[in-house]
Design a protein around this ligand. Structure first.
Ligand code: KIV
Ligand code: NA
Length: 273
């Protein structure tokens, strides 16, 4: 498997090949996900939820996302690395947004950024793209704007909202975004948008008729046991596995069954490891 680039992203859509994407926020997980053959890794601001325990992604800072992205970058050989611009770091002041985008690119070695927002953020997005930085758009449920909607419910249910979403998606393509994420929107609408764009549409809770899928890795591995919207498929129950392993360890320690003789250094003259 070769290094995935934004050009390959576009080619995969042309060839009708689906794009696989997962989040990762740390070196160890990113290495596993990359070695398993994922096309792209998102250093998402969902780190605020699953790594830091914040209620929303609004608390994530530029320095925090840079720390996560640097950790991921050290692990990854093949996957395209996309980093979320955190809340408030790309919010309608293009000069400031470019400054923040450059900091992420320069300090992390990531290959692309993801930005939540449509028409309102076009000046910022254009400026960042003009600086040579690939941008993935993010429409539909935009968790950084949660307080504007008052919840994390399905988006684009009304005809007016659906129309704005289609318009925003077209504008993002026109501005030069290399892909767009669609979160939690009706499947038929997501399909229509995927068909109307040349750039890939990566869905999360957007049905199967888009060009690729993204999930939060802690959700699909069953590590995040408190969060299970219907669009998450659990491919493992690592949460249960961790609890069972920790419980076994506790029992072994309490019963002096760990460590064994072979796990101890009994003969200092012979032992090497
Ligand atoms: O931060 C994140 O994990 C995301 C995905 C859910 C698309 O933005
Ligand atoms: Na995000």
């Amino acid at each position: 498997k070769n290094k995935v680039t934004v050009q390959i992203f576009r080619k995969m859509k042309e060839k009708g090949q689906k794009i696989s994407m997962l989040t990762a926020y740390d070196y160890t997980m990113a290495k596993l996900v990359d070695q398993a053959g994922i096309d792209a890794i998102l250093v998402g601001d969902s780190a605020g939820n699953v790594m830091a325990g914040y209620e929303t992604t609004l608390s994530v800072t530029l320095d925090e996302i840079i720390y996560h992205a640097k950790s991921v970058k050290r692990a990854v050989k093949n996957a395209l690395i996309v980093v979320d611009m955190p809340f408030g770091t790309c919010s309608g002041d293009p000069k400031d947004s470019l400054h923040n985008a450059i900091r992420i690119m320069r300090e992390t070695g990531a290959e692309a950024l993801k930005i939540e927002g449509g028409e309102e953020l076009l000046p910022d997005i254009r400026k960042i793209i003009a600086a040579g930085i690939p941008v993935m758009g993010h429409l539909g449920l935009m968790p950084q704007s949660v307080h504007q909607y008052g919840g994390f419910g399905l988006r684009a249910k009304s005809e007016m909202e659906a129309q704005k979403l289609k318009n925003d998606a077209a504008l993002l393509e026109e501005a030069g975004c290399f892909a767009v994420t669609l979160e939690k929107v009706p499947a038929a609408l997501a399909e229509e948008i995927a068909l109307s764009l040349r750039i890939p549409v990566i869905g999360i809770g957007a049905g199967s008729q888009v060009d690729g899928q993204v999930l939060v890795v802690h959700d699909m591995l069953g590590l995040n046991q408190e969060f299970l919207p219907k669009f998450v498929r659990k491919y493992a129950e690592l949460g249960d596995t961790v609890k069972k392993a920790v419980n076994d360890y506790i029992l072994d320690v309490k019963n002096s069954d760990f460590p064994s003789v072979s796990e101890s250094y009994e003969n200092p003259t012979k032992e090497v490891v």
